[in-house]
Design a protein. Sequence first.
Length: 377
Amino acid sequence: MDLSTPPPDLYGRPRADTFFRFLTAFGDRYTPALGSPLLRRNPRRPYSRPTEALQLVVTARRQVAADVVELTLADPSGGPLPAWQPGAHLRLTLPSGRERHYSLCGDPADRADRADRADRADQAERSGYRIAVRRLPDGGGGSAEIHDTLHPGIRLAARRPRNGFAFCAEPAVLFLAGGIGITPLLPMVREARRNGLDWHLVHTGRSADTLPFAAELRALDPARVHLRTDDEHGGPPTGAELLAPAPRGAAVYCCGPAPMLTAVQRALDASPAASLHFERFGAAPVTDGEPFTVRLGADGPELPVPADRSALDVLREARPDLPYSCKQGFCGTCEVRLLAGTPDHRDRRLTPERRADGALLPCVSRAAAGETLVLDV
């Protein structure tokens, strides 16, 4: 990674300078003749087309911790795969039709072998993707399906890698991982080591057998990797204990269960660290909601949504087959159509135009107290 460049965009592409991006967009829309509807768009810029799904095949499977399997996914024809940056995830379509997001935990620098190595830095290709999945007995079935049915030879469809947890490669970094939360952080650790940053990692879990990639992490740098288990220390660490190894002014990258994130957030100001970047396992708890109602169709049943629950959770009790994935308002899997009512959109995906057309993500979107949202589900 070139530390002089800004972090990549969601698809791993370098971000353009903000001013010139605005200037280019303005010129594309208004030149060469302001106001002419026929010339609002630069004819030299091709129309964007939907990105085709990737076709992948499972090429390897191994157990990396108790109830955690790692899968290696590759192009069925052996061709290269799109590039990605640390923190990126894949949106997989499983054989059942379920869609789930999984962080890529391999090495972004693992390029496909090429005859011409002189221009490797310019090649945006990979020979395989690695993901690791913990079985969740009380989950929605995606992890169980992966553990029970995905073996070498099984084919899957996936969206191109996307990144909502970008690594900015600050000079001093502390990585905090809780259990399977190591998956987005492992590529960041490799990148930090490759670029000579001042980095440290704390990986926590219930016991040693629950920590994925423990041997791989120790091999990176035993002096900078601390594996901490609850059974050896009498319980989970406090936020202050987790942040204690942070170098002065460090950026903290954290991925783990909600109690861990809460503890780190509360202890940050009193620690040597300067900033916090984090990714959640699931949706944040609803703390500022009001009770409202959703109606299934114009004449369907009405379902009350309590102040502390999401509309998606309530809808799935009535429609168990309603698809979902991230539960955080960025993947779009649970999208439904709004027929009536005034929603409070809280997602990070839908454009104003999509919202005006009636699109709604019930995993995070809500309504005012007493409001009724009529949904086409």
